[in-house]
Write a protein that binds this ligand. Structure first.
Ligand code: GDP
Ligand code: MG
Length: 304
């Protein structure tokens, strides 16, 4: 039996306390999936309230995210790349996207955050390199604190190092992240695994960062790049929904329903539509479905 609606609402409010941005939206979506499916009555009201919260939350998010230090937030999601200088951050961005980035064999080549657009089967993810000025960043040296704070607006942060960088340097960056209360990085990239002696550095990284996944790559030798792309996409927890007549998929948080796609396209999900679905969440091709149908990555919709 479902819990009484008052209790559900109280629990829901509690679960949203202290959450904002993407995290809040994810929690609201979980609640929408968990709650009984009544469209009317008290539970219908709660559903409307939660859906309103998503809109409010997005508005707030847009205002806050407009200025990402010098980098304008663009695309469907944003990931920041943090790490010591000279580890191959710029080289990696250049490899993942088609933009021109300056790469040089000396430290502090990059003085400003540099964004690159990376295409994940139609979903555009902005990957931002944060320059290697992080030592003392929490104290606000060289604008580093602003950059670290800005990392909070991104979907998540990734930590990066290289096989020829002392462990102490990447630990220092991790410590700065902790000091400004950034969430634990989703994973740790170790570049330059083409260099000799790489087994030792991987072993010590695994010991020091035992709670996060380590992704070994070599930008120069083109090793591990596909695994890295997979890790970036997987950790975003997004779904790509192809909609007939549109060039790019609609990209939404995992757990999104048909209603959210209509919201995104028409900014109004109340108008009647005939909707047919094919793909991973369809029982069969061109299955007719309703607004509450939860979508999977790669689903395709025909909206009439
Ligand atoms: N051996 C090796 N060197 C690399 C690799 N990737 C980048 N580099 C070199 O590392 C240096 C620093 O690269 P850069 O991308 O500017 O590093 P950033 O300071 O972290 O942005 C350059 O000389 C690159 O050619 C790699 O996979 N293997
Ligand atoms: Mg650089």
């Amino acid at each position: 039996m479902a819990v009484p609606h008052q209790i559900f609402k109280q629990l829901a409010k509690k679960r949203l306390v202290g959450k904002e941005g993407k995290e809040k939206e994810r929690e609201i979506r979980k609640l929408l999936v968990e709650m009984p499916g009544y469209k009317t009555g008290p539970y219908g009201e709660i559903r409307k309230w939660l859906q309103g919260e998503i809109q409010e939350n997005r508005k707030r998010g847009r205002v806050k995210a407009r200025v990402f230090f010098d980098v304008k937030k663009e695309g469907d999601a944003q990931v920041v790349l943090l790490g010591p200088p000279n580890i191959g951050k710029s080289s990696l961005l250049k490899k993942l996207s088609s933009i021109q980035i300056k790469v040089a064999d000396y430290q502090f080549t990059t003085l400003k955050p540099i964004p690159a657009m990376v295409d994940f089967d139609g979903a555009l993810v902005q990957v931002v390199e944060i320059p290697g000025l992080l030592e003392g960043a929490a104290e606000g040296k060289g604008g580093g604190r602003a950059m670290l704070a800005a990392a909070r607006n991104a979907n998540y942060a990734v930590l990066m190092t290289s096989a020829d960088t002392p462990l102490e340097k990447v630990k220092a960056v991790r410590d700065e992240m902790r000091r400004v209360d950034l969430p634990t990085p989703k994973f740790l990239i170790c570049n330059k695994i083409d260099l000799p002696g790489v087994e030792n550095i991987i072993t010590s990284l695994k010991r020091e960062f035992h709670d996060i996944e380590i992704v070994p790559i070599s930008v120069e030798k083109n090793i591990g790049i596909q695994s890295l792309r997979d890790a970036i996409w997987r950790n975003l927890e997004l779904v790509r929904i192809n909609v007939g007549g549109r060039e790019r998929p609609v990209v939404l948080a995992r757990g999104a329903a048909v209603r959210d796609v209509l919201d995104e396209i028409f900014h109004d999900a109340t108008q009647p539509h005939t909707i047919k679905i094919s793909g991973p969440s369809a029982k069969f091709s061109d299955q007719q479905i309703g607004l509450e149908h939860v979508l999977y990555d790669g689903d395709a919709l025909e909206i009439h």
